[in-house]
Design a binder for this molecule. Structure first.
Ligand code: SAH
Length: 253
C-alpha cells in the first residue's frame, strides 16, 4: 500500500501525464484539492472510488483516510493542482505518512506557470535580458522571509511568476514598477487551460485596472518581465552561422 501524490496539471485533462491519467482511472481512494483541481480531471477518477475533497478536511482527517486505506490495503491518490512540489502543502502530509511508516511516491504535473506561459505564447527566458525565472508569491497569511520580499526578487529583474497574489495586483504592480519600469510587460492568466480561461497582457502601469475590470480575483498567475516583450534580442541557437555540439555553422551569408 502506498500514497501517491499526483500532479493534476493546471486544468485541461489533456495536460495530465499519461501516468496520472492511468492512476486516476484505476484508483480506489482519492483525496483531491476541490478548490483548484478542475472538475474535468476529477471526472476521470474511477466511478467506484471513494472521493474526498481536501478543501473541507483537516490534516487529522486526511491521516484517518490514509490509515484506514492501509488497513484495507488500498493505495491512495492524493491529487494536487499543477505540480505537487509548488505550494502543495505536501510536506506535512508526508510527515504524517512517515509517522505511520506508510510509503509514498510523487508524480509530477504541469504547473500553472507553464500553462500560463503557453497561453501567452511567451518564452520566459530571453538572451541577455532574463536568464532566470522566479516562482514566488506575495505575503499573505503565510509570511515571507524578509530576503524574499517582492522588492528583493524584483532587484534581479528576472522573469517573475507570482502565485497566490492576484488579489494584491495593484500593490504588486506599483512595487515592481520601481524596479522594472512601468512600461515593462506584465500579464495575468486566469484559469490557464480551463474552458473559461482569460488572459490579459498589458504593462505594469495598466495591468491592474484591466484585471479589475475583468473581475479576476483568484486562481490566476501573474507573469512580469522584459522577456515577455516581442522586440527583444533572440537566441542565436538556430542561426546558420552558429556552431554547437550537434551542428556546424554554415558558410556564406
Ligand atoms: N501547485 C500549483 C500551485 C498551487 S498554489 C501549480 O503548480 O500550479 C495555487 C495558485 O496557483 C493559485 O492562486 C494561482 O496563482 C495558481 N494557479 C493554479 N491553477 C491555475 C491556473 N489554471 N491558471 C492560473 N493560475 C493557476
Amino acid at each position: 500500500m502506498q500514497v501517491i501524490f499526483v500532479g493534476a496539471g493546471p486544468g485541461d485533462p489533456e495536460l495530465l501525464t499519461v501516468k496520472a491519467r492511468r492512476l486516476l482511472e484505476n484508483c480506489r481512494v482519492c483525496i483531491y484539492a476541490g478548490s483548484l483541481v478542475s472538475p474535468q480531471v476529477v471526472a476521470l477518477v474511477a466511478d467506484n472510488a471513494e472521493l474526498y475533497d481536501s478543501a473541507a478536511m483537516t490534516l487529522e482527517e486526511m491521516e484517518q483516510v490514509f490509515v484506514d486505506a492501509r488497513r484495507r490495503e488500498l493505495d491512495v491518490i492524493r491529487l494536487h493542482t499543477g505540480d505537487p512540489s509548488i505550494y502543495g502543502a505536501i510536506r506535512e502530509q508526508m510527515n504524517v505518512l512517515d509517522k505511520h511508516g506508510i510509503a509514498y511516491t510523487v508524480v509530477p504535473g504541469v504547473s500553472s506557470f507553464q500553462a500560463a506561459a503557453a497561453t501567452l505564447k511567451c518564452e520566459l527566458t530571453a538572451p541577455e535580458i532574463a536568464q532566470t525565472i522566479i516562482l514566488g508569491r506575495t505575503s499573505g497569511r503565510t509570511p515571507l522571509p524578509p530576503e524574499q520580499e517582492l522588492a528583493e526578487l524584483a532587484r534581479t529583474r528576472a522573469t517573475l511568476c507570482l502565485f497566490l497574489s492576484v488579489h494584491k495586483l495593484e500593490e504588486v504592480c506599483a512595487e515592481l514598477a520601481g524596479f522594472y519600469g512601468e512600461n515593462c510587460p506584465a500579464a495575468v492568466v486566469y484559469r490557464a487551460s480551463w474552458p473559461d480561461e482569460v488572459a490579459i497582457s498589458a504593462t505594469l502601469a495598466t495591468l491592474a485596472k484591466q484585471v479589475m475590470q475583468a473581475g479576476i480575483q483568484r486562481t490566476a498567475m501573474i507573469i512580469v518581465g522584459p522577456a515577455l516583450a516581442r522586440d527583444i534580442p533572440v537566441s542565436r541557437l538556430y542561426h546558420r552561422h552558429f556552431s554547437h555540439g550537434y551542428r556546424a555553422a554554415r558558410e556564406g551569408s
